[in-house]
Design a protein around this ligand. Structure first.
Ligand SMILES: NC(=O)c1ccc[n+]([C@@H]2O[C@H](COP(=O)([O-])OP(=O)(O)OC[C@H]3O[C@@H](n4cnc5c(N)ncnc54)[C@H](O)[C@@H]3O)[C@@H](O)[C@H]2O)c1
Length: 252
């Protein structure tokens, strides 16, 4: 296998990508990887920081609150217009809210399910419609280790991420034969804003790291290879899988 073949296999030049929650954390790392491989990308953020982030990484900024269904529904059309097409969707935006299950407020349940599952569905359906017409597309959902295990005090998050894994398989079953790959990445414990209360926490951090065979927190860079793989021709025959990137957490 020569070098040119390998470069072609993973190249994304000429491709267009939409990454939700791309201003920071894992989404930003994945957007950087896609852009680095030659794709034109738009990143979506709720706040104005999406404009600075987009400038820093060379993406197009799109501001939207994915908790708002109308804004979510409009987003794929806006991305197609801004990018001149859409080949890759990375459904990355997500929120986590913690309360003991017996006192978990319904409004927080709605918020978590709204961003983590409803918006993923709305965007995947809209992107899928576009991609099915062109007979090509890559949808990459960000699931979680919590798609497989239940966690503690995060019932809405675990339910939403379990839903993302199932939705990934359901969409893949319908679209795999029509040129659209739908897959998911399941990160483990990653050092981002979402885990800010845990990183460096004298009680929780040692317990968590003892449970991760790799012995460290995951970083945004740890998702770059897997997102490039799933977004590229290298994964053309990969459908409906949920790939853990978790330092071995799920294997223990
Ligand atoms: N950090 C972890 O340990 C971990 C583990 C497994 C899965 N994940 C998942 O990875 C994804 C990225 O998380 P992260 O760790 O980078 O956390 P993060 O908090 O740094 O990033 C979350 C992103 O989602 C965006 N977002 C949240 N609500 C939004 C809304 N209503 N509208 C638009 N954008 C919104 C935020 O602006 C942010 O850019 C999430 O889906 C998360 O559930 C994270």
């Amino acid at each position: 296998m020569n070098r040119t073949y390998l470069e072609t296999l993973f190249a994304l030049s000429g491709k267009t990508a939409l990454v939700t929650g791309g201003s920071a954390g894992l989404g930003r790392g994945m957007a950087e990887a896609l852009i680095g491989a030659g794709a034109r990308a738009a990143i979506v953020g709720r706040s104005k920081r999406v404009f600075d982030a987009a400038e820093e990484i060379g993406a197009i900024p799109l501001q939207a609150d994915l908790a708002d269904r109308k804004q979510a529904q409009a987003l794929v059309g806006q991305a197609v217009e801004a990018l001149g097409g859409l080949d890759i969707l990375v459904n990355n935006a997500g929120v986590q809210i913690r309360h003991p299950a017996e006192v978990f407020p319904l409004e927080d349940w709605d918020r978590v399910l709204g961003v983590n599952l409803d918006a993923v569905w709305i965007l995947a359906q809209a992107a899928g419609r576009h991609m099915l017409v062109q007979g090509y597309g890559k949808i990459i959902n960000v699931a979680s280790a919590l798609s497989f295990v239940g966690g503690i005090t995060i019932p809405a998050y675990a339910a939403s991420k379990g839903g993302v894994a199932q939705l990934t398989k359901a969409l893949s079953n319908e679209w795999a034969g029509r040129g659209v790959n739908v897959n998911a990445i399941a990160p483990g414990y990653m050092n981002t804003e979402m885990c800010a209360a845990l990183v460096g926490n004298p009680e929780r951090e040692p317990m968590i790291l003892a449970r991760v065979p790799a012995g460290r927190w995951g970083l945004p860079d740890d998702l770059k290879g897997v997102v490039l793989f799933l977004a590229s021709a290298a994964a053309d025959y990969v459908h409906g899988v949920i790939i853990p990137v978790d330092g071995g957490f799920l294997g223990r």
